[in-house]
Design a protein around this ligand. Structure first.
Ligand SMILES: Cc1ncc(COP(=O)(O)O)c(C=O)c1O
Length: 874
C-alpha cells in the first residue's frame, strides 16, 4: 500500500516558520510558529533600518508570542497545500486525480449537504420580512420568524441583540434542554447564545485562566482533541494537561487515566478545568452513562470546572450507543452533585443534521457558576457585543423545530432523517473501507463526524520523513494529498500517543474520500460473478491481470451458478477459488465485485459487503436497453449507435445504478447481434493506456466494416474503470430518467414475420438480431415454415410483378435462386427454407409452390414489431 516517496513533497512553508510536525534537526528547539526567533527578526529589522527603510511596527519580533504559539491543524499546512493544488489544477496543471477532496474539516455544506428547508425559510423570513406575504412560505416558518423579530431591536435582525442573545431564543433553548433531558429543569437565564460553540468555549476558558508558575491554570483535554482546545490554551497561556483516550478500547475515557494526568499536572500547574468532547472529535466515540458518572464524580472530588462539548449530540449512529448529556447525568447523580459541580455545556448549529457552520450559531448553558463570576462573564460577552442574530435565529430552529401538527413537520422530519441516515451510512462505510486498507486500522465509529484511524508507517518511510524534517504522519498525509488528492489532517495536530501515527478524516461528504483512500490499495481483492461465454472474456482478462504486474487485480475468486457454465469451467481450469450462488464467504474478504452476464439479482445485504461496490459491464448506452438482451434489441431496433456502460449495481432492480464510465460505439451496417456482442466485449480499445497495443480487430470495427469474425478480446473498459475506480466513483452519474427502454429476453414468438406490418429493413434487423439463434418463421398452407439464408432486400418493383402483390406473396427468382417475399414496403429474399428438411429456393419452388399453385405466406398474429413496441418503456 505504501510507496516510498521519490519526489520531495512541496509544502507551503511560511517565511521563517517551522511547524509542530517538523522534526527539529538541532535540538532543543521550540516547535511551532514561534520558532522564528526574535534574534533573527531583530537582525532583519536592523538590516532594513541600515538600508533607510522604515520598519513595520508589527513584525514577527513584536507579534504577540501567544499568537505565534497557536497551532490549528485542521486549517494547517496540508490544507494550504490542498489550496495550492486546486489553484494549479484550475490553471491546467495535471494531477493524478480529478479533484481535491477536502476531508480535513467538518464543513457539511461545503461538501454539498442540502440545507434543511425550514431552517432556511425561518432565517430568510427574519432577514427579509417582506417574504411574510409570500404564499411560498409555510405559516409555521412565518410564525417562528415573527416571534424572533418581535424580540429584536427595531424588529430587525440587523440590530445588535443583548450580549447573551435574543430573549425568546434563550427561552427556546432552555425548553429544548428540558425536553431533551426528560424534564431536568433548565433556566433560560443560564443560557447564553454564542458565535458557534468555539466562541463560547473561548469565553469560558478566558474566565478560567489565572495564576503564575505552579498556580497557573491547567486545562485537562482529551488526546486526541479538537485543536480548538490546544489553540485556545496556547493563546491564553494556560497549561495543557493531556489525558489520553484508550484507543484499544474504542477511545473510551478512563478515569484512572484522568487521575494519572491530574496527579502529574499538579507538579507544575493548578488543574482547574476538565474538557470533555462527547461524542468525540476526532475519535467518534460516544460515552456511556456510567463513564459520564465517573467523570463527574472525579470532577467533584478534584473540584474541577467541567466543560462538556456536546456539539455532536445529534450525531450518534451506533445502535449500542445513546447520547447522555452531562447535565442530565449530573442531575440524576443527586442534588449534592447537581447543585455543586460547575458545568458548562456547548451546542452549535454547525454539526448535527443542519451542518450550518457559516451561520455561526451556538449556545452554552452555565450551571453552578459563582454569581459574581457570572456577572463578569456577561461583561466579557458584552465586549464582543452579540453573536450574529441570523445565527441565533438558525439556532432557534434547531431547538424549536416544527411540531407534529404543524405544516412543515413532515418535510422537516424527512429531511432531518435523510441527513442522519446518510451520516450513519457513511460512518459504517468509513469504518469498513478504512479497515479494508492494508496498514490502516479504524475503531468503530459510534458518533460525531470523523474517523481517526491508526496508520502503519514503514521504517523506511519514517526515515525518509525524518530526512525531510517532517513528522512521519505529516509526511504520510502530504503524500496522500499529492498522490490521491485527499486532504486529511495528521494525527500530530490532534495529539496521539508517542510512536503511534494517525490521521483525521472527516467522514461525511459524499464518501468519495473514503473510497478514494482505499483506492491506493489496489491491487483489488475481487469477486467475479458470471456464467456464460461473454462473462468468460472478462474473467480471462482479470485472471491475466492478476498474474501480470499491472497492479489492478490482487486476488480473484469466482461465483457461478450451479450446473456446467462456461465461467465455472474456466475457473476450475485456472484453479480460481469458486463459490456457487449464493456465495457464503464474502464479509471483509473483498473490495470490489464484478458482475458480467450473470442473470441473478444481487441482494442488498450482499452488495453492502463490498466497500467499493459491485460493478456491472452492460453492453448498451444505459438507460437505453436495460434488461437481459440489450445487444439483440439494439440490432432489432435498428440503432446506429450503441456502447458499453460500466455502472455500480444498485439493489432491487437490474441496470439502474449510477454510471461510472460509458463509451459510444457505432453499430456497423449489416452487423449481427453476435458480431456486435463480440465487438462490445472489446470496447474500450481507445482507452488503452500508452504503450499498449491497439487490437487490429478493433481498428476494423471502428472503421465500420466487419468482414471477419471479431475476437472476443477482453473488456478493457472494465479494466480501465477498475484501475481508476475511485476517480470514476467520484464522477459517477445517475442514469437519466429520460430514454429508458427495456430489453427483455429473446423469445421464439419474436421470430414470426408479419408481412403486412414489417418493412424490408425491419425484417433485416430482426434477422440480424435473432436469426442465428432462432430462424425467422411464417406459415404456408397452415404449416410452419422457417426462412433461412436471408439475402436482404430484393430489387423487384411491385408493378414488375404484373399484379398488385399482397404482403406474403412469394416470387421465385430463378436467376438468383432466391425466394422473394413481399412485405410492407418491398421484397426480401431467402435462399432456403426449412419445412421438414432444408430446401433450397429452387427445391421449394419446384416441389411445393409450383405444384400447389399456392404462392403466398401467411402471417401469424403476434408480431415482432408489436413485441418490440411493447418492450419500450418510458
Ligand atoms: C468538538 C467541537 N467543538 C467545537 C467545534 C466548533 O464548532 P462551531 O462551528 O460551532 O464553532 C467543533 C467544530 O468542528 C468541534 O468539532
Amino acid at each position: 500500500m505504501y510507496r516510498v516517496a521519490t519526489r520531495v513533497p512541496r509544502i507551503p512553508l511560511r517565511p521563517g516558520g517551522s511547524y509542530p510536525w517538523m522534526r527539529p534537526r538541532r535540538p532543543p528547539q521550540r516547535c511551532g510558529l514561534g520558532a522564528f526567533s526574535t534574534v533573527e527578526a531583530a537582525a532583519v529589522e536592523q538590516t532594513a533600518a541600515r538600508a533607510g527603510l522604515r520598519g513595520k511596527s508589527l513584525t514577527m519580533a513584536t507579534l504577540n508570542p501567544q499568537v505565534k504559539a497557536v497551532e490549528y491543524a485542521v486549517r494547517g499546512p496540508i490544507v494550504m497545500k490542498a489550496g495550492d493544488l486546486e489553484r494549479e489544477m484550475q490553471q491546467g496543471v495535471k494531477q493524478p486525480f480529478a479533484e481535491v477532496i477536502r476531508a480535513n474539516i467538518g464543513d457539511a455544506h461545503a461538501m454539498g449537504q442540502q440545507p434543511i428547508t425550514f431552517l432556511r425559510q425561518v432565517v430568510a423570513l427574519c432577514c427579509f420580512p417582506e417574504l411574510m406575504h409570500s404564499p411560498a412560505f409555510p405559516e409555521d416558518a412565518k410564525q417562528r420568524a415573527r416571534r424572533v423579530l418581535q424580540d429584536c431591536g427595531g424588529h430587525s435582525v440587523g440590530s445588535y441583540s443583548a450580549s447573551q442573545g435574543v430573549d425568546c431564543i434563550r427561552r427556546d433553548v432552555a425548553d429544548y434542554i428540558t425536553r431533551r433531558d426528560r424534564g431536568v429543569p433548565s433556566d433560560w437565564s443560564d443560557v447564553y447564545l454564542t458565535t458557534g460553540a468555539s466562541d463560547g468555549i473561548m469565553s469560558i476558558l478566558k474566565l478560567l485562566v489565572s495564576g503564575q508558575g505552579p498556580s497557573r491554570t491547567g486545562v485537562m483535554i482529551p488526546i486526541p482533541q479538537y485543536p480548538l482546545y490546544s489553540a485556545a490554551i496556547s493563546e491564553l497561556e494556560a497549561v495543557q494537561v493531556n489525558y489520553y483516550l484508550d484507543e484499544a478500547n474504542c477511545w473510551a475515557l478512563d478515569t484512572e487515566e484522568l487521575q494519572r494526568a491530574h496527579r502529574a499536572a499538579k507538579q507544575h500547574c493548578q488543574p482547574r478545568v476538565l474538557c470533555i468532547i462527547n461524542p468525540g472529535n476526532p475519535t467518534g466515540q460516544v460515552q456511556s452513562k456510567k463513564c459520564i458518572e465517573e467523570v463527574l464524580h472525579f470532577a467533584r472530588e478534584e473540584n474541577l470546572f467541567v466543560m462538556a462539548d456536546e456539539v455532536y449530540q445529534d450525531n450518534v449512529y451506533s445502535a449500542d450507543c445513546r447520547f447522555h448529556s452531562f447535565k442530565k447525568v449530573l442531575f440524576e447523580m443527586g442534588p449534592e452533585y447537581f447543585n455543586s459541580v460547575e458545568l458548562v455545556s456547548f451546542h452549535s448549529t454547525s454539526k448535527g443534521y443542519t451542518g450550518e457552520c457559516g451561520f455561526r450559531g451556538g449556545y452554552m448553558e452555565v450551571l453552578n457558576m459563582d454569581p459574581q463570576v457570572k456577572a463578569q462573564l456577561v461583561k466579557l460577552l458584552s465586549v464582543r457585543l452579540c453573536p450574529p442574530v441570523s445565527g441565533q435565529a438558525a439556532m432557534d430552529v434547531i431547538v424549536n423545530p416544527p411540531r407534529e401538527h404543524e405544516p412543515s413537520y413532515a418535510q422537516f422530519t424527512k429531511e432531518k432523517n435523510t441527513v442522519l441516515d446518510s451520516l450513519a451510512h457513511k460512518a459504517r462505510l468509513t469504518e469498513q473501507i478504512l479497515n479494508s486498507v492494508p496498514g490502516i486500522k479504524c475503531n468503530p465509529v459510534q458518533g460525531a463526524m470523523y474517523a481517526f484511524p491508526q496508520i502503519y508507517i514503514p521504517p523506511a518511510a519514517v526515515e525518509e520523513a525524518e530526512s525531510l524534517s517532517l513528522a512521519p504522519d505529516m509526511f504520510y498525509c502530504l503524500k496522500l494529498l499529492e498522490e490521491t488528492g485527499i486532504c486529511v489532517v495528521p494525527g500530530s495536530g490532534f495529539g496521539q500517543r508517542q510512536g503511534t501515527y494517525h490521521f483525521s478524516l472527516w467522514r461525511t461528504g459524499s464518501g468519495r474520500g473514503q473510497r478514494r483512500l482505499s483506492s491506493f490499495g489496489p491491487p483489488w481483492r475481487l469477486l467475479f460473478f458470471g456464467s456464460d461465454n461473454f462473462a468468460v472474456e472478462s474473467l480471462k482478462l482479470l485472471t491475466s491481470s492478476r498474474s501480470s504486474n499491472e497492479g489492478i487485480v490482487g486476488s480473484l475468486e469466482v461465483v457461478t451458478l450451479s450446473g456446467d457454465a462456461p465461467v465455472k469451467r474456466f475457473a476450475q481450469h485456472h484453479k480460481l477459488p469458486l463459490q456457487t450462488w449464493p456465495p457464503q464467504k464474502v464479509e471483509g474478504r473483498f473490495d470490489v465485485g464484478v458482475v458480467v452476464s450473470f442473470g441473478c439479482l444481487l441482494p442488498e445485504s450482499l452488495l453492502n459487503k463490498f466497500p467499493h461496490g459491485v460493478l456491472n459491464v452492460h453492453p448498451s448506452l444505459l438507460p437505453r436497453w436495460r434488461g437481459p438482451a440489450p445487444v439483440f434489441h439494439t440490432i432489432l431496433a435498428g440503432d446506429t449507435v450503441t456502447g458499453v456502460t460500466v455502472m455500480q449495481i444498485r439493489p432491487h432492480r437490474f441496470d439502474v445504478g449510477p454510471i461510472l464510465s460509458q463509451e459510444l460505439h457505432p453499430v456497423p451496417q449489416h452487423c449481427t447481434a453476435e458480431m456486435l456482442g463480440a465487438a462490445l466485449a472489446c470496447k474500450g480499445a481507445h482507452l488503452v493506456s500508452e504503450g499498449q497495443r491497439v487490437q487490429p480487430e478493433l481498428l476494423v470495427l471502428v472503421s465500420g466494416v466487419l468482414t471477419r469474425p471479431l475476437c472476443l478480446c477482453p473488456s478493457l473498459q472494465l479494466m480501465e474503470t477498475l484501475g481508476t475506480l475511485s476517480d470514476k466513483a467520484a464522477h459517477q452519474k445517475e442514469q437519466s430518467k429520460i430514454g429508458a427502454t427495456f430489453a427483455p429476453k429473446i423469445r421464439t414468438s419474436m421470430s414470426w414475420i408479419v408481412w403486412e406490418e414489417q418493412t424490408c429493413s425491419q425484417i433485416d434487423c430482426l434477422y440480424r438480431a435473432i436469426g442465428s439463434r432462432i430462424p425467422l418463421r411464417t406459415t404456408w398452407m397452415g404449416r410452419t415454415i422457417k426462412l433461412l439464408d436471408f439475402t436482404g432486400k430484393c430489387h423487384i418493383s411491385l408493378s414488375d410483378h404484373g399484379r398488385n402483390p399482397v404482403p406474403g406473396s412469394v416470387s421465385y427468382q430463378k436467376h438468383s435462386n432466391t425466394l422473394a417475399v413481399c412485405c410492407k414496403d418491398g421484397w426480401v429474399g431467402f435462399k432456403a427454407v426449412l419445412l421438414k428438411k432444408r430446401l433450397t429456393a429452387a427445391d421449394f419452388y419446384n416441389g411445393y409452390l409450383h405444384r400447389t399453385g399456392q404462392g403466398a405466406f401467411v402471417s401469424r398474429t403476434s408480431s415482432p414489431a408489436r413485441l418490440l413496441r411493447d418492450s419500450t418503456v418510458s
